[in-house]
Design a protein around this ligand. Structure first.
Ligand code: PPS
Length: 295
């Protein structure tokens, strides 16, 4: 997987695709992605963009494969993004097909209705990671500023409005987190994780992951994984910090940016926050799904 050619690409246009805002990098390979053949052991890590996918993917990689020579392979090759296809990156679906590991850990940002049906047919284990809307939109804004494979973000104020309208890549955050939350009611092999819980107590969440995956690891091993997957350690590690991706300009903003809960306070004005909250209450009517914007 070479990253260099991507640097020359113009930023993609965003368009409505079956009711969800998408770019061609995630729709060009649509039929192949929809026909993807999952294996029963596959583990899907699903998130709205910037909700902690890389973190959880890395934890799973460490839980299953430990500190082997795998640690010299970039995380986006160990855990490919299924729906991605671009001249610089090739096809995520092909990359998954070529994965030699068992289980295969697979990344997706697809809303639940777009997940290839073989995942459900094979009863695959799925981990969904959700992050509070305010920190999620902040992280997404900085990502879109630095990543030329994403549509032009424009200014912060208009960006927040487009987030509220569901007009960013992969569509509405509100539909995404709710759609996956509802799926949990009917699909038991889905583990719903909150980014804020991971930040608050990574060890506790790793315990829950082990329980869900039926894994038992020694206390020593779990301590090592907690340490390796800490923000500062991941930020330093070129195999997980995305520093080898040419389309990302870390001078604008690094991939491993802050890793905090509550950074939204440094971005939202009081008026923006009030307007956002009012709109949020109208959209997030399921009282069983609660997020924390501070911990
Ligand atoms: S992507 O591009 O959609 O796959 O991004 P994703 O990995 O889902 O989310 C990136 C944000 O997760 C933060 N992150 C972490 N936070 C805390 N601890 C650890 N270990 C960690 N690893 C990744 C990353 O910094 C991005 O959030 P922001 O707020 O921008 O820092």
């Amino acid at each position: 997987m070479s990253s260099a050619p991507g640097k020359l690409l113009p930023r993609p246009e965003i368009f409505d695709f079956q009711g969800v805002s998408m770019t061609r990098f995630f729709t060009d390979n649509w039929e192949n992605v929809q026909n993807f053949q999952a294996k029963p052991g596959d583990i899907l890590v699903a998130t709205y963009p910037k909700a902690g996918n890389t973190w959880v993917s890395y934890i799973l990689d460490l839980l299953y494969f430990g500190q082997t020579e795998r640690q010299t392979i970039p995380i986006f090759e160990r855990v490919p993004l299924l729906e991605l296809t671009s001249p610089g990156f090739g096809s995520g679906k092909d990359a998954v097909d070529k994965l030699p590991t068992s289980p295969r850990v697979i990344k997706t940002h697809l809303p639940v209705q777009f997940v290839p049906k073989s995942f459900w047919e094979q009863n695959c284990r799925i981990i969904y990671v959700a992050r509070n809307a305010k920190d999620n939109v902040v992280s997404y804004f900085h990502f879109d500023r630095m990543n030329r494979m994403q549509p032009e973000p424009g200014g912060w104020s208009s960006y927040v409005h487009r987030f509220m309208e569901g007009k960013l890549m992969f569509g509405s955050w509100y539909d995404h987190v709710n759609g996956w939350w509802k799926k949990k009611q009917t699909y038991p092999n889905l583990h719903y994780v909150f980014y804020e819980d991971l930040v608050e107590d990574t060890g506790r969440e790793i315990e829950k992951l082990c329980c869900f995956l039926g894994l038992s690891r020694s206390d020593e091993e779990k301590k090592r994984i907690i340490d390796r997957s800490q923000f500062d350690n991941m930020k330093k590690d070129d195999m997980v910090n995305y520093s080898s991706i040419a389309v990302m300009d870390f001078k604008i903003s690094p991939f491993m940016r802050k890793g905090k809960v509550g950074d939204w306070r440094n971005h939202f004005s009081e008026a923006q926050s009030l307007q956002f909250d009012e709109d949020y209450r109208k959209k997030m009517t399921d009282v069983t799904l609660q997020f924390r914007c501070d911990i």
